[in-house]
Design a binder for this molecule. Structure first.
Ligand SMILES: [Zn+2]
Ligand SMILES: [Zn+2]
Length: 304
């Protein structure tokens, strides 16, 4: 029994670095192989499976292991968002003229500012930091402006955190975030493999921030968006929840005063004050109707 406890304790300290850095090493082998995309998907699936098992072995909150009826919806939102991004990429390959016409103003503005001569690792750190600026503000605006909160509330409507929530975003919310974070890199002329690495870092940090694993992240909380910090972000209490907007890094939370890391275990009282529709399609359309928005922000149709 004592041995079991020692293993659990060791895992709480090493699971974050193991999944993150292990994932990046896996991504390196995938990206330098003959099949970079398939290889990366295999590494990602491995990381997901590891976290899924850790959630059962060392959960942060055992109640979060119980089904909440939202698993299928969360997976459907993930697939729609990811699918649309893939479709857009595919369209630009199949119909280059059409896409070029559509994106002409953007393409014409492309500057050759990217420091391609620097070592790859420096380029990746730079890309993650530049993208983070857009991600931070997209996320902060999504919380502080009702117009954007109507889409982002879907992500916060869950009452349990686990890996499956990672991709639960309204498609409009995701597109806003992608636009703000990736267009600056595109305009600077960052090459495709830098976008791959940015996607890899975001993918591993994303599943880590949402997993229900008891992880002791200590000094990492001052650099990366960790599960501990992100659980505060999901708190139902606004002073706790409107903090820690960082997606991968917390540097902008520290710079702009939204960093929150008090010396106590992070909240398990998560969710929103408003109400999100039941079912995938109603959830997708809810932000587009007046009554839907009232429900999302927690105002009944009667009081104006
Ligand atoms: Zn949020
Ligand atoms: Zn989240």
């Amino acid at each position: 029994m004592a041995k079991n406890e020692a293993v659990k304790r060791a895992l709480t300290y090493c699971s974050w670095p193991m999944v993150f850095f292990g994932g990046l090493v896996g991504a390196y082998f995938a990206f330098t192989s003959q099949h970079p995309i398939t290889g990366f998907l295999a590494v990602y699936a491995g990381a997901l499976m590891t976290l899924f098992l850790l959630e059962r072995y060392i959960p942060y909150d055992t109640q979060w292991l119980e089904p909440d009826g939202e698993t299928v919806n969360s997976i459907a939102h993930t697939l729609l968002t990811k699918g649309l991004v893939q479709l857009a990429a595919l369209a630009s390959v199949i119909f280059p003229m059409l896409t070029a016409g559509f994106l002409q103003p953007l393409a014409a503005m492309k500057f050759d500012l990217w420091p391609s001569g620097l070592p790859l690792i420096v380029q990746v750190v730079l890309a993650v930091a530049i993208a983070e600026f857009g991600l931070y503000w997209a996320h902060r605006i999504a919380h502080e402006r009702v117009f954007f909160w109507r889409f982002h509330a879907l992500h916060h409507s869950v009452v349990r955190l686990w890996v499956v929530n990672t991709g639960r975003f309204h498609v409009a919310d995701s597109l806003f975030k992608i636009a703000l974070s990736q267009i600056p890199l595109y305009l600077m002329g960052a090459p495709l493999h830098v976008f791959w690495w940015l996607a890899a870092v975001t993918a591993f940090i994303g599943i880590l921030t949402h997993c229900n694993v008891d992880m002791k992240t200590g000094p990492l909380d001052y650099v990366f968006s960790t599960p501990r910090l992100h659980r505060w972000h999901h708190s139902k209490e606004l002073p706790e929840g409107n903090t820690n907007y960082g997606e991968n890094l917390v540097v902008f939370d520290q710079l702009f005063g939204s960093y929150f890391n008090p010396d106590r275990p992070s909240s398990t009282n998560i969710g929103i004050k408003g109400e999100i529709a039941k079912g995938f399609l109603p959830q997708l359309f809810q932000p587009f109707t007046k009554d839907g928005v009232r429900q999302i922000i927690g105002r009944s149709t009667k009081d104006n």
